[in-house]
Design a protein around this ligand. Sequence first.
Ligand code: KIV
Ligand code: ZN
Length: 386
Amino acid sequence: MSAEHIHIFDTTLRDGEQVPGCKLATPQKIEIALQLEELGVDIIEAGFPISSPGDFNSVVEIAKIIKKARVCALSRAVEADIKRAAEALVYAKHPRIHTGIGTSESHIKYKLKSTQDEILERAVKAVRYAKTFVEDVEFYAEDAGRTENEYLARVCEAAIQAGATVLNIPDTTGYCLPEEYGAKIRFLKENVKGIDNVVLSTHCHNDLGLATANSIAGIQNGARQIECTINGIGERAGNTSLEEVVMIMRQHPYLNLDSHINSRLLNETSHLVSDRMGMIVQPNKAIVGANAFAHSSGIHQDGVIKRRDTYEIIDPQEVGVDTSKIVLTARSGRAALAYRFKNIGHNLSKIELDSAYAKFLQVADRKKEVNDADLEEILKVENILA
Ligand code: KIV
Ligand code: ZN
């Protein structure tokens, strides 16, 4: 049975770009949008057009150039926002307006100073208005993660009746546990009339480091779209990482869920976004971090040299990384040292290796990492292969 398709909704250029210091000019946004289309994302959230003339212009230019992916523009449940989003999308081949409003008690009482009934009415009006411009309207219930399920279900049902095609259930504050978020999606699947005619979407923030786990719990319980960003960038602790959810689905085929992402482009896409936004990727970041396929302890290195999958669940080439790395540190063993010497053209005998290893440990205790030049120097100092 072929896997069910999970739509990948990339919001690197909207939620990701909200990160302080990550603001991009239109040409860089176009470059990233083209890369995202090449990568195979289904939807590109290109920006929040009412927020600034620059962002409006970026959405216009991206809408003109993108051919296959849907181009989406964000708005609040406010007529002026929705109209501006629609104007920015006029050239889009497949336009989507993303509109919504806060539904949690905290948002309704303190941010919007309103009531549940009024918010429901505003949600309906926003979706109906957006539908006058485009067919594809996604509704978001902001802070759905902290919204009580019965009220959330009422709002979702009203949004469907008003014409929403996609329902986004954001865990805006990254509060939920995976079980709780999964149960929320299941509750909506089981209690909202018309839910099977729309796509349910996850949109999880990473405040407790659970964004990826929550997104996966969402799709295991019926969501069919994941909103995510490259490198997991986004407000505060960030959004769900695109590369993580894509590779989780690939590594666990029994889930029977998959995306159309060309995973071999993940590494270069990560570098492009990191470079253009000036946002360093932490070395231990899953899938795309510099150390994601690096092995430095003797025990692990010995295993990987014998057979890669003893310590790696992903073939690095599958995500566009040439090869696993054997890093030489004071924790490395003889197998790793021999392997690295071989890589630079020196096949050492056992006696030569013993002598090189003793010297290597002295160097490694002084340095964080021993490189190829150090290895050549060790051979010279120890008079090996002279
Ligand atoms: O986190 C959030 O709730 C959002 C919405 C605007 C979709 O980004
Ligand atoms: Zn968000």
